[in-house]
Write a protein that binds this ligand. Structure first.
Ligand SMILES: CC(C)(COP(=O)(O)OP(=O)(O)OC[C@H]1O[C@@H](n2cnc3c(N)ncnc32)[C@H](O)[C@@H]1OP(=O)(O)O)[C@@H](O)C(=O)NCCC(=O)NCCS
Length: 331
């Protein structure tokens, strides 16, 4: 039996910072309100000439360098993004592959919003376990500042830019294997979080090129409630299905959207503060990049050791959700 193993992690956050103080000069808000309601203090914002693929390349290069696998061995690149370099085509994955010198390698994007990283993890696992691919580079990359309406205080305080990447490789060693990835979606709640304009669902706006055609819109309060409910249910299920208890988890890495959501889910699972990884205060919500950026933080802080079990949990527009049980298995 061939299994899939998480070999390495990498991430990149652009240099420029957007603080709560900065935002309070742009919209009617305050550091106190944002901190209390979200836990966010600052986010990183890409430069005008820095595209989503550029962020992805920097994260991917780190993951490749740390993987011990030569880039010529990579046979699939998958990118999760809702802020691609170009809408529809070419995919951001093909641009990342080109910039990394991985020419000729199969590459495509997926759209699962903030659950993107868990979705691409499941794709890598399936391709590897089926024997179709051996070494998959997965990248979550977002330039959300490009699709954020900085006159809407309900959304602009939440989002930031960044990228995270991982190399997933075939192994025969079951101890190294990704244990389970669980994903789901429900389009009933599509209107909670969406970019309503710019696609064929609203061709008029797309043709008119109205201002804000591609901005995100969100029903924040309803999204909050569904997020807590869905994230908790999903993670309880994956633990039960695999006969794993909360205390067996070394690092719980939830999607970083709002500290209050993270705290509510962590408390429901009876996780200790040491188990729950929180980075939302410094990056805000970076959608598909948030989980690998958080894993990269604990890796660079020396807190992530070989063999330790990660529990991932994500929720996002669609609605989509997903969770994963993943031992860190560097070569
Ligand atoms: C967006 C969010 C922080 C708003 O917090 P909330 O506690 O739900 O606040 P509400 O939307 O109920 O608004 C409460 C009040 O604060 C106001 N408000 C909203 N944004 C504000 C801001 N940035 N600064 C100050 N006041 C703000 C509202 O206008 C409202 O005022 P009112 O009571 O006079 O009508 C919160 O709903 C949230 O984080 N939602 C989930 C977002 C998320 O995770 N999205 C991504 C999922 S992947």
């Amino acid at each position: 039996m061939t299994y899939a193993a998480l070999r390495s992690i990498g991430a990149y956050a652009p240099e420029k910072l957007l603080t709560n103080e900065d935002l309070s000069k742009m919209v009617d808000t305050s550091d106190e309100w944002i901190t209390k309601r979200t836990g966010i203090k600052e986010r990183h914002i890409a430069a005008d000439d820095e595209h989503t693929s550029d962020l992805g390349v920097k994260a991917a290069q780190k993951a490749l360098d740390r993987s011990g696998i030569d880039k010529s061995e990579i046979d699939l690149v998958v990118c999760a993004t809702i802020s691609p370099d170009y809408f529809n085509m070419p995919s951001t994955a093909t641009i990342i592959a080109k910039k990394l010198g991985l020419e000729g390698v199969t590459a495509f994007d997926i759209s699962a919003a903030c659950t993107g990283f868990v979705y691409i993890l499941s794709i890598a696992k399936a391709f590897i376990e089926s024997g179709m691919k051996k070494n998959v580079l997965i990248v979550g990359a977002e330039k959300l500042s490009a699709i954020t309406d900085y006159s809407d205080r309900g959304t602009c305080i939440l989002f930031g830019d960044g990228a995270g990447a991982a190399v997933i490789s075939a192994t025969q060693n079951k101890e190294e294997a990704i244990i389970d990835v669980h994903t789901g979606a429900d389009g009933t709640y599509a209107d909670l979080l969406m970019t309503p304009n710019g696609g064929t669902g609203s061709p008029h706006d797309a043709l008119e090129g109205e201002t804000g055609a591609c901005y995100m819109q969100m029903k924040g309060n309803e999204t909050f409630k569904v997020a807590v409910r869905t994230l908790t249910k999903d993670v309880v299920e994956i633990l039960e299905n695999n006969n794993i208890k909360s205390e067996d988890i070394k690092h719980f890495v939830p999607h970083q959207a709002n500290y209050r959501i993270i705290k509510a889910v962590g408390d429901a699972l009876k996780m200790t503060e040491e188990q729950v990884v929180v980075t939302v205060q410094k990056y805000g919500n970076t959608s598909g990049a948030s989980i690998p950026m958080a894993i990269n933080d604990i890796y660079e802080e020396g807190k992530l050791q070989k063999g330790e079990l990660l529990l991932l949990d994500a929720f996002g527009g669609g609605l989509t959700w997903g969770s994963a049980l993943v031992p860190f298995s560097p070569l």
